[in-house]
Design a protein around this ligand. Structure first.
Ligand code: MSK
Length: 660
């Protein structure tokens, strides 16, 4: 397949061509060669026991497994297991962070400290912890212990559910889907979907929603909060994004995966004067730390570390021949990079006992000795610099796109009135007046079965043109960043008139980078703030807001989509449907869920139809709220609170981005 059919990213196209010329296989080639099993792809394969696997083909009413399991049950069980796995992934990430916070609170992790005391105190408030007269570390310890309790508590509900609008909490209670504890919901979902337990589609899917809420309002929200407490709450920062951020005269060290803790230490280690001197002693000018996937997003939004891109860039990064080491933690790491690294000089370094890899060096991360370990890893990369084979160096030679990232919920609020008058009022008023038609969160992965970034880019482009404010996370945010959509100037030129005026008035770009996959919880927080600000109902359900994951591939994306819907945000996934085998299940998710949670879950592959459905859902919500009908260009001029130039001069930090 031609490179431009595989990716719209010009740098990726160059590297894919290099792969083709060198006869090196990538995920794109493997996707071409390996057609998905049509039965499993639709969710109709049951492999919960060893009487099968049973392939449920034929009419929905007739198809059944050896045990008599029907198509709706089998499809729902498969879907629910994806939710449980996705929830487990995000939440286990949060558990590790909670343990780090505990070690910090107890003075056992000397290389970390609480960076955002204000956020720590606010979180303590959500958890019912009194901070009066307590040291920062004592509060950190109590918060960490309370968080850890949330995984295995036997009674009650997750504490963070109290952050949702009251009406939403009542819906969860009424449906019996308020999660009790994170581990419990994952375990129960696995139990209920094993052979011979839950035999009713609707009940299985209620369980799936409950497990997903343990992710969105549990693990993911905790992950985001602890990262902000320990590493700082993000605010806008300049950086750049491309496979061409690697530097020929530097040691290039890639950090890939999802967890921010070790990456934070690598940021410090790579800038340590002794380490820089060591790099110079080996003939390099310094160490260039580069992010990939969501670990990239974590250090991008806090430090402006340049990103090489998302999930599908990992093999292509090695193909540049300039990566001395790729440090990986958890999630979205392709097993193929171990084998590929052997054809180059790249060292792949695994850092967690949960994720080892053949052909990799294992250096286990331990928060008690974090900086020493980070220095060890950076030195290993430096030692490998002389092994770089100049003949294999193939830079993409595509100028990295400039970007601004780091729009936390706190910063969005601050931008709408400053430290003391911050609120969501200007945003709500703009939506009510029809200047902003609605808000869409575009999230999720890349998938080699879809032209890389094509849907992410098409949708973000078209949505801002239609006066829709776009917030992005994960690989989707990377797609916009690489395309240059995350500079205020560029994006504003392409935004509709109403959105452009509001963005200029508030001082925000029309496409906001909100962080990593766990940071989809920030979307829940923003949606809650909008609902509670007033004028747009009293719940997340019913807001003119939609979630989209157009190029998804991960179980984590399914968990995210489900918690968005269970929280009241209608959600559309591209890239094929894992529930298409069952019409009843499709009907439940697209239609009946509206009656239950005031949102539906759609799978739609056609990009034009995704756009059309998104706008239709937004306009229907506007009509129901009885706010002004959206008519492009029919509104007054927004008062300018702070123009973009002034905002940039005052706020957009540039600590690392300029280095690239
Ligand atoms: S990294 S889960 S491919 S968004 Fe979070 Fe990207 Fe999807 Fe992994």
């Amino acid at each position: 397949m031609k490179e431009n059919m595989r990716s719209v990213d010009p740098a990726a196209q160059v590297l894919l061509k290099v792969a083709g010329e060198k006869n090196i296989k990538t995920s794109f080639d493997r996707a071409d060669k390996l057609k998905p099993c049509p039965i499993g792809h639709q969710g109709a394969c049951c492999k919960m026991c060893h009487m099968g696997p049973c392939r449920l083909v034929g009419k929905e009413e007739e198809a059944e497994g050896v045990c008599g399991a029907t198509l709706p049950v089998v499809t729902a069980r498969n879907f629910a297991r994806m939710v449980a796995a996705g929830t487990a992934a995000h939440s286990d990430h949060a558990r590790d962070l909670a343990n780090t916070l505990l070690a910090v609170g107890r003075g056992e992790a000397k290389d970390f400290q609480v960076k955002d005391v204000r956020k720590l105190n606010r979180v303590a408030g959500y958890l019912g912890i009194n901070v009066e007269g307590k040291s920062v570390n004592k509060v950190a310890e109590e918060v960490a212990l309370k968080f850890l309790e949330q995984f295995g508590q036997q009674r009650g509900e997750l504490a963070y559910l109290g952050r949702a609008p009251k009406k939403r909490q009542e819906i969860w209670k009424k449906l019996g889907i308020a999660p009790r504890a994170i581990d419990r919901e994952c375990v129960e979902m696995l139990h209920r979907t094993t052979m011979g337990v839950d035999q009713e589609m609707n009940n299985i899917m209620l369980g799936a929603m409950r497990a997903s809420l343990a992710d969105g309002w549990g693990g993911s929200m905790m992950g985001t909060d602890i990262s902000d407490i320990l590493f700082g709450t993000p605010k806008p920062v300049r950086s750049n994004a491309s496979l061409d951020v690697f530097m020929q005269d530097h040691v290039n060290l890639v950090v890939h995966g999802h967890e921010p803790s070790f990456a934070e230490m690598l940021v410090i280690a790579s800038e340590d004067p002794e380490i820089v001197a060591y790099a110079k002693s080996k003939g390099a000018k310094g160490v260039k730390l580069v992010g990939m996937c969501c670990t990239a997003n974590e250090i991008l939004i806090r430090h402006g570390i340049a990103t090489a891109g998302g999930f599908l860039q990992q093999e292509l990064g090695i193909l540049t021949g300039m990566v001395e080491a790729m440090v990986v933690d958890v999630q979205c790491i392709m097993p193929a990079i171990g084998e590929l690294s052997k054809q180059y000089h790249t060292k792949v370094i695994t850092t967690t006992p949960k994720g080892k890899m053949k052909d990799a060096i294992h250096i286990e991360y331990d928060e008690h000795h974090a900086l020493d370990l980070a220095k060890k890893v950076v030195r290993l990369a430096i030692d490998n610099f002389p092994n770089r084979n100049k003949e294999k160096v193939t830079p993409a030679n595509v100028r990295p796109a400039d970007m601004i990232a780091g729009f936390s919920h706190e910063y969005i609020e601050y931008m709408q009135g400053g430290q003391f008058r911050g609120s969501f009022r200007p945003l709500n008023d703009a939506i009510i007046a029809g200047r902003i038609r609605g808000v869409v969160g575009i999230a999720g992965c890349n998938n080699p079965r879809i032209t890389q970034d094509s849907l992410h880019n098409f949708l973000s482009r078209e949505l801002i043109k239609n006066d829709v404010l776009v917030v992005q996370t994960g690989c989707s945010a990377m797609a916009s960043a690489k395309a240059g959509y995350m500079t205020p100037e560029n994006a504003l030129e392409n935004a509709g008139q109403g959105l452009r005026e509001v963005c200029e008035a508030i001082g925000i770009p029309p496409i906001l980078h909100m962080g990593s996959c766990v940071d989809n919880s920030r979307i829940l927080t923003v949606a809650t703030a909008i609902a509670e600000e007033g004028g747009l109902g009293d719940d997340i359900g019913g807001l003119p807001a939609v979630g989209i994951a157009p190029e998804w591939m991960s179980e984590k994306a399914i968990a995210i989509g489900t918690y968005l819907v269970a929280s009241g945000v209608p959600t559309i996934f591209g890239a094929g449907s894992p529930v298409s085998a069952s019409k009843s299940l499709k009907d439940l998710m697209e239609n009946k869920w509206w009656e239950m949670v005031n949102a539906g879950f759609y799978f739609e592959e056609d990009p034009g139809k995704i756009l059309e459905l998104t706008l239709k859902l937004i306009d229907a919500a506007r009509e129901k709220l009885k706010i002004r009908k959206y008519e492009p260009g029919r509104f007054g001029t927004e008062r300018v609170l702070m123009d973009m130039a002034a905002r940039r001069a005052s706020s957009f930090a540039t600590p690392h981005g300029e280095r690239a």
